[in-house]
Design a protein around this ligand. Sequence first.
Ligand code: NI
Length: 182
Amino acid sequence: MIYPIYLYGHPVLRKETKALTPDYPNLKELVDDMFTTLDKVGGIGLAAPQIGLSIRLFIVDLDPFKDERPEFAGVRKVFINPEFLWRSDEEFTTIEEGCLSVPDINEKVERPAKVKIKYYDLDFKEHIEEHDDWMARVMQHEYDHIDAHLFIDRVSPLRRRMIKGKLAAIQKRKVTPRYKFK
Ligand code: NI
């Protein structure tokens, strides 16, 4: 199934999320549907709050970059109850980000370049990994979602003023993304 995407202004994007337990109903099916949704709407990451669920889960799919970056072919990951153990506090990158929940807005965001993360997979097996490059970037953007933050919270006050009108339009749902939304 394809989920509608909850857009900026919907309270679920600012709601506290709960950790998942192994008895969460139909978790594998939910994750499958999240990948199907991401594939359909065209994105590289999707967090549970973006489909209206206040749980600590997000997915990353770097496969769409495979033409420019062959090493990303088939790179699809599920992160359950993730936690950053470390983020590089001396090394940062500034990259333009976008978000399915904030259509038609792209803004530069500075974030740590490298991260160490602990998370669980679909079998509730614990993993500890270090990431950099695109994976670190997308993971931090998605992690923000499960902490009720959006990338626009991290842009400069000046840029924030510049996009105020566009944000107001999204809030009024005066937008036409190619996907179903709430
Ligand atoms: Ni996003």
